[in-house]
Design a protein around this ligand. Structure first.
Ligand code: SF4
Length: 368
């Protein structure tokens, strides 16, 4: 099974092959995710997990319970697997391990450093040459094998575990093109992979490691709902639907929105001030007039001029009372406070006034 779907504790909170690409793309991700619950598993990921389970067990009961699409997917994947195994000469008698998690250790040989789980590992004749297969059963994008961090990490882990000097990493992806995508790691490539992986892990441990939003990494990030960078980039909205979020996460998002709205407002006001003082100060940005506010100052004259075009009823409708303005004038005339004026005005007009609730707005409560 792809270790994307295995709970965090299987990885013991340490880096893993399937998250290596996200760590490489966003070094600050691991820091922000610390202590947060993993992202809920989507129904697609859950389907992928069941199909991986079938590829491991070939359990007919699982197959019968699949949808037609899932049955087709595992059938194609099985056929492609046969092709790949034959193509690389691992035809018969190849020892296969399935869903094996392999660990890389620190120099002391005891402290765990990172791990990866291999869907399908083939060994034939000599442990010197290995074939790793990773199934991508879903239809979403996959990074090509040649630049795939998961493949790079799995190849290195397998080579260290079995002492191999050549590892073929193959992506089998029934619904993508190409359906079989592969790369061969030889000794020098494996050494380069180890150096690159160590760099990624070291960068992600740095205090204040930068966060870089982007679809591949944010898509699987547990912190996407409260990450300022992702929110600013607008990614959280499309990648992490509110109906999948916990109440705490929803509150965190509302608080982040409040902050972001304030920043945007302040920034815009600042930019306007700069441009008002010097219209050329920010090349590419300009102040644009948005029109004028018009107000009729002589209602009697306006009525006289327009009387040929409107009936009395239409005119009354067009000039209907603005309650807020009338309330204010009423209060002034009687020398009442805003609150008193509102009460007295409403009491007076109760027989000729209707009240409808406005759409509710969100308000973040202050902490007690
Ligand atoms: S949401 Fe995206 S940018 Fe933010 S920490 Fe996660 S991966 Fe990085």
């Amino acid at each position: 099974m792809s270790d994307k779907l295995v709970p965090y504790d299987v990885r013991e909170g340490l880096p893993s092959a399937s998250y290596m690409e996200a760590d490489a793309n966003c070094p600050g991700k691991r820091n922000l995710e610390e202590g947060l619950p993993p992202k809920p598993v989507s129904k697609w990921a859950e389907a992928g997990s069941r199909m991986h389970e079938y590829m491991r067990t070939v359990d007919e009961n699982l197959f019968k319970a699949f949808s037609k699409d899932e049955q087709k997917t595992v059938k194609i994947a099985g056929e492609l697997l046969m092709k790949v195994v034959e193509k690389h000469g691992f035809k018969t008698g190849a020892l296969q391990t399935k869903e094996e998690r392999i660990w890389m250790y620190e120099a002391d040989g005891e402290t765990k450093k990172y791990s990866g789980q291999i869907d399908n590992l083939n060994i034939w004749k000599s442990l010197d040459r290995l074939l790793i297969v990773d199934f991508k059963m879903l239809r979403g994008d996959t990074t090509p094998a040649v630049s795939n961090w998961q493949g790079r990490t799995l190849a290195l882990l397998a080579s260290r575990r079995y002492g191999a000097s050549e590892v073929i990493f193959v992506l089998i992806q029934p619904w993508k093109s190409p359906q079989i995508d592969e790369v061969i790691y030889r000794q020098a490539d494996l050494e380069e992979a180890e150096r690159a992986i160590d760099e990624v892990i070291a960068a992600s441990k740095e205090v204040g490691a930068p966060r870089h939003p982007g679809q591949p990494q944010c898509n699987h990030c547990a912190a996407v709902h409260c990450c300022p960078e992702a929110l600013t980039a607008g990614l959280a909205v499309s990648l992490y639907k509110t109906d999948m979020m916990s109440p705490g996460a929803l509150l965190a998002r509302a608080q982040a929105y409040q902050l972001i709205e304030k920043i945007i407002e302040e920034d815009k006001a600042n930019m306007k001030r700069i441009l008002e003082a010097d219209p050329t100060a920010i090349p590419g940005l300009t102040l644009q007039a948005t029109g004028h506010t018009r107000k009729i100052t002589n209602m009697e004259l306006a009525k006289e001029l327009l009387s040929a075009y409107f009936s009395e009823e239409e005119w009354t409708r067009l000039t209907s009372l603005k309650i807020g303005d009338a309330e204010e004038a009423f209060g002034k005339a009687l020398g009442l406070s805003e609150e008193e004026a509102k009460g007295a005005f409403n009491d007076l007009l109760v027989s000729c006034m209707a009240t409808y609730p406005k759409a509710k707005s969100l308000r973040v409560l202050k902490k007690r």
